[in-house]
Design a protein around this ligand. Sequence first.
Ligand code: SF4
Length: 173
Amino acid sequence: MLYNFEPSDNNLHFTGTQINYYFVCKRKLWFFSHNMELESDSDLVLMGKLLHEHSYKRKSLKEVEIDRIKIDFIEKSKEIHEVKRSRKIENAHVYQLLYYLYSLKKTANWVGKGVLDYPLIKKKVEVELTPDREAELENILVQIRGIISQERPPEAEWKSYCKSCAYRELCWG
Ligand code: SF4
């Protein structure tokens, strides 16, 4: 399902993936934001795709796209869900979902809660856009804009995530 809104607010020009990458790796955020999109061939990425395709099949409001955000599914009309494979980079998941809540509040005056679903470990984490979190998120959006507007990507820093990153050859090849 696709709904189109043209965001007038500078803070709404990002995708959930960009918010996620800010926490995963700022260099990866820069590559991705400069249209250097590489598909990872790792088994982990494939598993993530399969999980999205096969989880929560009976939900009617699945994969709802509203401008630049893509919500995995909506439940009880006031709950948006994001499905993830593991809790490894949970901060990235939390802020991605906070950004969805923020975007919906700004574009559609919709206020509800977010839920992170980890079906493989049968866990759920509730996420709420409190005023403190909103201020924190806005600060992060400023930082993301700053990173993207740099002429060159930030220096590579080795982390365990690099092993499964699509850009590993660019950084460490
Ligand atoms: S390989 Fe590592 S340093 Fe390079 S973009 Fe990926 S996560 Fe970042």
